[in-house]
Write a protein that binds this ligand. Structure first.
Ligand SMILES: Nc1ncnc2c1ncn2[C@@H]1O[C@H](COP(=O)(O)OP(=O)(O)OP(=O)(O)O)[C@@H](O)[C@H]1O
Ligand SMILES: [Mg+2]
Length: 364
């Protein structure tokens, strides 16, 4: 926001415009006025105000229409409606449509000054929040690029050279040297896995994901995930039961949704004892698809529950039970939210855990 906030006042009554100018005079603000909606909208584009006062009732384009069009141009412009006929309902309607506040006519200079100050402050805060979000996004991109170029690339090169060296020395190495080689390889492999997980968390690009959405049956990514995890399930002798009701399609990206189910079902397998059962059910309820994944595993203590979807968080019992980076659920949640869905969890320590993925069905 420029040093002086820019204010546009749109009202068909000359006397109102004059008194507003009078009240705000003193050079603190840059002010323009318009006496009808269409002139006002033209000025919004040219003047780019921080704050717009608009009379709701004007001949021609109404204040409501101006409000909508201003926000279509720039949703961060703060709009305050002036209600001549002081009906609460039209003020409420305007606020529902995105007005920040309303000012009933007639108003006193103090009322007008106060609402102006508050609205300008609101605009300043909105712009600050946007700038912060952009900065965070930029940092995230920079971090991803550093991790990728300065860590992953050189480490992959080291790993590659190590493989070559092992191949060359294979016949001449003692058992002790082979053991050391194995340990180096394992450590480097683990570090690369960790780096890849970091990159996965910081590079889930929700907007890009949305571009590729298609109508699909939710059973598709669930089956893909079950297939992907079949070996792990077999190794632990865990039975996976999957049943689905009559389902409408959802709008989404099959590959990333199967990543969601691989992460959640993978946890069910990882944190459950050998020979137990994992039950997956997909149902439709109130225009939403509900997929529940229930296991008979170690469960999650209540104090861990609020944190398990945070990146890099691992529960204490989870750490004792199996290795991991605390990333699977963070990625799952980001993907589900990109699909306008939610993911919830219920758990009883020692008994088992149920994850519920809830997605909107495709509206026709
Ligand atoms: N089905 C489950 N049963 C018990 N604990 C679970 C279950 N799913 C998740 N958790 C707990 O939530 C934590 C976070 O899970 P998340 O999948 O994000 O990470 P992780 O499994 O530790 O590692 P990874 O990044 O390899 O998936 C786990 O460390 C574990 O404590
Ligand atoms: Mg996991």
């Amino acid at each position: 926001m420029a040093e002086k906030a820019k204010i546009l006042i749109i009202d068909d009554e000359e006397v109102v415009l004059d008194s507003c100018l009078q009240i705000l005079k003193g050079g603190q603000f840059e002010i323009q006025t318009a006496s009808n909606g269409s002139d006002g909208l033209q000025r919004v584009e040219a003047f780019q105000p921080d704050l717009v006062f608009v009379d709701l009732k004007m001949p021609g384009i109404s204040g409501f229409e101006v409000l909508e069009k201003v926000h279509a141009l720039d949703s961060t412009i703060v709009v305050v409606v002036i209600t001549g006929f002081a009906t609460v309902s039209s003020a409420v309607d305007a606020m529902k449509k995105g007005a920040y506040d309303f000012l009933p006519k007639p108003f006193t200079p103090d009322e007008f000054r106060l609402i102006t100050r508050r609205s300008v402050e609101r605009r300043r805060l909105m712009l600050e929040a946007i700038a912060l979000r952009r900065e965070k996004e930029l940092l995230r991109e920079q971090f991803a690029s550093i991790v990728s170029h300065e860590l992953k690339a050189p480490l992959s090169a080291v790993q590659q050279n190590l493989f070559a060296l092992e191949f060359e020395l294979e016949k001449t190495m003692s058992e002790d040297q082979k053991g050391k080689f194995e340990r180096i390889k394992t450590r480097i492999g683990d570090m690369l896995k960790l780096i890849n997980s970091w990159l996965r968390v910081i590079t889930v690009d929700i907007n890009k994901l949305k571009e590729g959405f298609k109508p699909l049956s939710i059973t598709e990514p669930i089956n893909a995930a079950i297939e992907n995890l079949a070996m792990l399930a077999e190794r632990k002798g865990i039975q996976i039961n999957f049943s689905a009701g009559d389902l409408s399609p959802v709008n989404g990206d099959s590959l990333s949704l199967s990543e969601v189910f691989v992460n959640i079902i993978g946890n069910s397998l990882k944190y459950s004892p050998d020979g137990s059962t994992v039950t997956i059910m997909a149902l439709e309820e109130e225009k939403r698809t509900k997929v529940s994944i229930r296991d008979e595993g170690i469960g999650i203590p209540p104090e861990d529950l609020p944190h398990i979807f945070d990146g890099f968080y691992r529960g204490k019992s989870g750490q004792e039970a199996a290795a991991g980076h605390g990333i699977g659920l963070a990625v799952a949640r980001q993907i589900v939210e990109a699909h306008e869905g939610t993911v919830a969890v219920e758990s009883t320590p020692g008994k088992g855990t149920t994850f519920i993925v809830n997605l909107p069905i495709l509206s026709v």
